[in-house]
Write a protein that binds this ligand. Structure first.
Ligand code: CS2
Length: 474
């Protein structure tokens, strides 16, 4: 070490075999699932160490390698910070560099779970139907040869290798914010397997478990300032720390085909059916997160905490929960939804978490069907007014136009971005009609609902005429 430089975080990874391969090694998994698994091993033992896989770029691997795959998780509470070093990773692989190494890791007999956080778009499915999009460029690639690019491709090819080698199946544990996420990933895996080898599809259907899960912890992207913060607190330079709020929740269907860590010992809720939990979380948390992201961004707010500090925005989101979202949810025994909303408001307001509205605004075309449009459709079918969520859809349309209220460019990140920007017309009615024609985003019941169309035109006119802040107040 050079004099004057802080020590660099260093660790020697355990040589015990890994029990889990995780696809999509982003900050969220490192601040959520990985910590639960590490704690479950500390509580009850088991070789559940994790091999992380980056499906896109080598950055995380390159930053973690010199640290022996260890990293700091910094908990940011309103009253202070606590750091812990997480050492559950055994290795990190970069799929585009060596897809065969990823398949070999997934086919190892010691691996009994493959978990995933590959974001909504990583499943290469049609959000409105849940089925595989066989025309997706990565799926086309995966059908043409044995070395995949997509997450469904890796799952199918690894299961194919395990079946051929007489190694049993692994459990596929989806940890993305999709409704009935296990069912969705099972559907896309079976769709792809059928196109590759129908017998393999039958074997997967009979042998592989796909439990659904609900995951929750707010984990903003790590910034260069965060690296300094960790160094100041721990005295060690960590090139890849993760920042997270104190709250965490993981609800998992207890259907594993090859064993699991003792997750129950560390507070994971093991249940028969995760659907009501997922609906509550996706609609109450993610639905309002997206609402605050679009309206907050348009009103000039950088983060969720800044947006919540704006009384009009805080009141707006409170009204969304109480008048539009909670009335559409099936009550969950033992859960007080009004108290859940209060707890969310407090989590959002945590000033230590700098969660950018721009980050949450990403990939709206993939997120809004399950976060917001389901609530709108059910509200309208029940004759319940949903003006707030309709305004949010107008705000999303405005956001993806690529220009903010001051005419400045917005860096829109969405797989449909170019297509969405092209839907804008000078006439708001024509714009709404162009958006409503998007079958991959809007469910049929809303595309054919003249009342929704006219409410959306009204919301868009309000937003264009008066701006996000005034629209929220109205
Ligand atoms: C957020 C989520 O980025 C987003 O779209 O809504 O990542 C959210 O922070 C988590 O789901 C919280 O559990």
């Amino acid at each position: 070490m050079e004099a004057g430089l802080p020590a660099r975080l260093h660790h020697t990874a355990s040589a015990a075999p890994a029990g889990i391969v995780h696809l999509g090694l982003g900050a969220f998994f490192r601040a959520h699932g990985a910590i639960y698994v590490e704690q479950a091993m500390a509580a009850s033992g088991g070789d559940w160490g994790i091999i992380g896989v980056s499906l896109q770029s080598p950055g995380t691997r390159d930053r973690l390698a010199p640290q022996g795959w260890a990293y700091t998780a910094l908990e940011l509470g309103p009253e202070g910070e606590t750091a812990q070093v997480v050492t559950v990773l055994r290795d990190v692989l970069v799929a585009p560099e060596n897809p065969q190494a990823v398949l070999d890791a997934m086919a190892a007999p010691a691996v009994r779970i493959v978990s995933l956080t590959v974001t909504e778009k990583g499943y290469c499915h049609q959000p409105s139907t849940g089925r595989l999009n066989a025309d997706h460029p990565d799926i086309r690639h995966d059908l043409a040869g044995p070395l995949p690019k997509s997450a469904p491709g890796f799952l199918v090819r690894a299961l194919q290798a395990r079946r051929a080698a007489g190694v049993g199946p692994f459990t596929v544990l989806c940890c993305d914010n999709l409704p009935e996420n296990g069912r969705v990933v099972r559907g896309v895996v079976l769709d792809l397997a059928r196109l590759i080898d129908p017998d393999l599809a039958t074997w997967i259907e009979a042998n592989v478990a796909f439990p659904s899960t609900m995951v929750d912890r707010i984990v903003p992207a790590t910034t260069p300032d965060d690296l300094d913060r960790v160094k100041a607190l721990t005295g060690q330079r960590d090139e890849a720390p993760v920042m997270h709020e104190p709250f965490r929740q993981w609800v998992v269907e207890d259907r594993f085909c090859a064993g699991r860590p003792d997750l129950g010992a560390v507070g994971v809720q093991l249940v028969d059916d995760v659907t009501p939990f997922e609906h509550m979380k996706l609609r109450m948390l993610n639905g309002t997160h997206s609402s605050l992201a679009y309206l907050g961004y348009l009103a000039g707010h950088q983060t969720i905490a800044d947006t919540m500090a704006d009384p009009d925005m805080a009141q707006f989101v409170d009204r969304l929960w109480r008048s539009e979202i909670i009335p559409a949810l099936t009550p969950l025994p033992g859960t007080d939804l009004a108290a859940y909303a209060d707890a969310l408001a407090a989590r959002y307001a945590n000033p230590a978490i700098r969660h950018r509205t721009w980050q949450i605004a990403m990939d709206g075309s993939q997120k809004l069907p399950q976060r917001i449009l389901g609530t709108i459709a059910e509200g309208r079918a029940a004759g319940r007014p949903v003006p707030g969520l309709t305004l949010v859809m107008a705000a999303w349309m405005r956001y993806v136009s690529g220009r903010d209220e001051a005419g400045a460019a917005i860096e829109v990140k969405d797989p449909l971005a170019p297509q969405l920007a092209a839907l804008w017309h000078t006439d708001p009615v024509a714009t709404v009609d162009a958006f409503l024609a998007l079958a991959q985003v809007f469910p049929a019941s809303l595309r054919d609902d003249p009342g929704f169309r006219s409410d959306l035109v009204g919301a868009l006119n309000l937003l264009l005429g008066h701006g996000a802040r005034a629209a929220v107040r109205a």
